[in-house]
Design a protein around this ligand. Sequence first.
Ligand code: ADP
Ligand code: MG
Length: 486
Amino acid sequence: MQQTNRLTAATGLVDTSDAAPTQTSANQDTNLAAWQTVRKSLQKEFGDAAYRHWLNPMTFVGIEGAVATMALPTRFLRDWIESNYRSRLKVIWHTQDARVRDINLIVADHPLMADEQNSSPMSPKEEVWANDEKDEAQKNAEASAIIGSPLDARLTFENFIVGKPNEFAFAAAKRIAETEEVSFNPLFLHGGVGLGKTHLMHAIAWDIQRRFPKRKVVYLSAEKFMYQFIKALRFKDTMSFKEQFRSVDVLMIDDFQFISGKDATQEEFFHTFNALVDQNKQIIISADKAPSELDGLEERLRSRLGWGLVADIHPATYELRLGILQAKAEQKKIKVEREVLEFMAHKITANVRELEGALNRLSAHVTLVGGEITIETAQDLLADMLRAANRRQTVEEIQKKVAEHFNIKQAEMHSPRRSRAVARPRQIAMYLAKVLTTASLPEIGRKFGGRDHTTVIHAIRKVEELLEIDTQLSEDVHVLKRSLQS
Ligand code: ADP
Ligand code: MG
């Protein structure tokens, strides 16, 4: 895909216009030489595409004590490197320079350093570009990259798994990508963290670039929008800031909640927004909440944001989680039995990002250790995630399981009856609710027929006491705990 490459290459040019602290260390030359070798190792290890996309924008800042510091132009990139490359980067640095025992990744632009470093043979792409006669699309991609944030090559429509919880948002995103005319403005995507908002936005950007290379698409985080605006203010250059944004055809701002409460930026956004809408340009916004629920938003902006299409992405259902796991396992070419994927889809429910993290962990295990992934291995490898998931277990589930175990009605959990046959299981359920969920004592009390929190404390103490001396009860609690956690 030609277009992909162009955009990817352009991301190397992202925003290098802020001033950098100059290095004073006499060793800086040696350090820079070491950095070049580190870069070469990274490129060799992760391949050209990943290197160009993620690692090339990274610049070297310096070494202090045992810590090597590198800078990334955006928080997104920094976080990405942090979660995907940190450990290897550290090891490679250490191999290169034994003094380095840790690394530090910061968000900053370092024009001087970047120029020096990027003029090495490591990034032939940019050089080719400088000599090439640029066509419209290339210029657009470049301009987008300069004010925008880099796009992740994997976040495409093809890689997005559609299910009930996201089908509406997906359809709206597709519609925008496929037609040049503006049918709803803005498209406002909202949903909890890790549910695919950024994925859909990147997918729109890639698709438009492919279908309509002349259209200028700019994708950026709200944070970056704010940062650019503040920079423009500082350099008294708000005119060109406005021009930049007003010349785009499609403007996407991700994580808009970040702008709420920031009045001057909101004001500027509002004007940019209106100017773009007047010119019939498409705007796409994402946030963690609907416009009506975002705090700290100016009223006129709030109402304006709700004028277009508001599409929410709901948490993934079991079916969607399983579908995503299957697709991703296939993509990564790792063989995981269906029952293991089912186990994961049952257990890891928070969001898609966490599911992906779990799968990555299994995949790393297969790569490093080999062998088969069984449910037991998965349980082992994902222990911390599963524990975290268990903490989210609901009090109701615990009540149900305990009632079943002792063969009493679930309603007895709420009833005032005090006979031992129901009181003891109820106490055990309260104890388990405390141990296995994050519910507070008053909350637990409320869920057990509006009991006082002191009753809950009493129940917990009683069970703890009995665990020491009553083997039958101890066995019951153990079995229940295990079945609730499995
Ligand atoms: P958000 O921006 O809503 O916090 P992201 O778009 O960053 O979430 O999604 C988190 C991760 O989950 C990304 O790696 C993304 O590719 C993946 N993801 C989310 N939803 C889906 C989906 N429906 N199909 C495939 N991958 C998904
Ligand atoms: Mg996001």
